[in-house]
Ligand binder design. Sequence first.
Ligand code: NAD
Length: 325
Amino acid sequence: MAPMQAPPSGRVAFIGAGHVGATAAYAMMLRALFREIVLVDSNAALAAAEAADLTDANALARPARIWAGSYEDAATADIAVVTAGAASHGSETRLSLASRSAVIVEDCVKHLADAGFAGVLVIASNPVDLMTMIAIRYAGLPRHRVIGTGTLLDTSRLKQSLSAALDLSAGAIDGYVLGEHGDSEVAAFSTVRIGGQPLGDFIDTGSPLDLPALGEHVRDAGYRIVTGKGFTSFGVATAIVRICEAVVRDERSVLPVTAWIEHGYGMRDICLSLPCIVGAGGTERVLFPALDADEEAALRASAAKLTEAFATLDSDKGHQGSGIR
Ligand code: NAD
């Protein structure tokens, strides 16, 4: 067995120091995965204040250098995490943010590329699947080195919901939410395994679980949180840290994240979430689990919705074709 790798002493850059960026930087600092954390934001005063606050907190954690910096500082990072983007309010869907977020993500990724960034790029800005496509277009990196946070968060929510319903630890539950991180996502209950047994083995026929309702509850979790506190932060921040950890430790863990899908399940040339082997090279392999027919159809519908939304985004910007093949 290969020895467990020590955490590297590298640098992580956050582009965007708003709710998501600052929370993820805090979680990353506590996790002590990097010696250096740089925050870049068009609001320089905000980035400076968050860096100062994090530096105060670092006095009680493992030492790290945390500062508000530039794209030149970000260029030499092992991982850059883009969290700059338009945020949703109330019942606004993630897809409705597309045109506003696209301008921001394009700007950030072009700046990173111009500065010579050559690491792994993690995208959290919503709608994350489309923003991952935008990032692939402008990053000048191999596609597998651009990872969207995708349905890692939704999958965690699914496990938490099943954990509560079945009175089991969430860690004991394997299974995936696939497709768009958003309204067309697919809670693939056929992939759920508990100790190698399918979900059906755990459902009491006397009081069956309402799986469609559970899927909807998971899908709408973000809306409920935004209604209550105005934004979401801890869940996505933890997903960001988990992806970065898999990359810096070269774990080759299987995580449901947004990746470029060349073809599969009848889909072509689209970014959405499938289980991926995540290691130092990014999404090193995309996996295609067996799904039931309804789930496959729902996944194709999710891909079709994203393809259409990306084409609209492009035509609004005067682009011809996807331009990222
Ligand atoms: P926020 O408004 O608090 O932060 C966004 C930050 O981006 C701001 O500090 C702003 O100054 C900065 N910014 C804007 N344009 C910029 C540019 N061109 N260059 C550099 N910085 C720029 O928003 P938030 O709540 O932190 O959300 C950030 C993004 O993350 C949104 O797109 C939101 O929808 C998304 N999000 C994703 C998930 C997920 O699961 N993937 C979850 C929650 C939020």
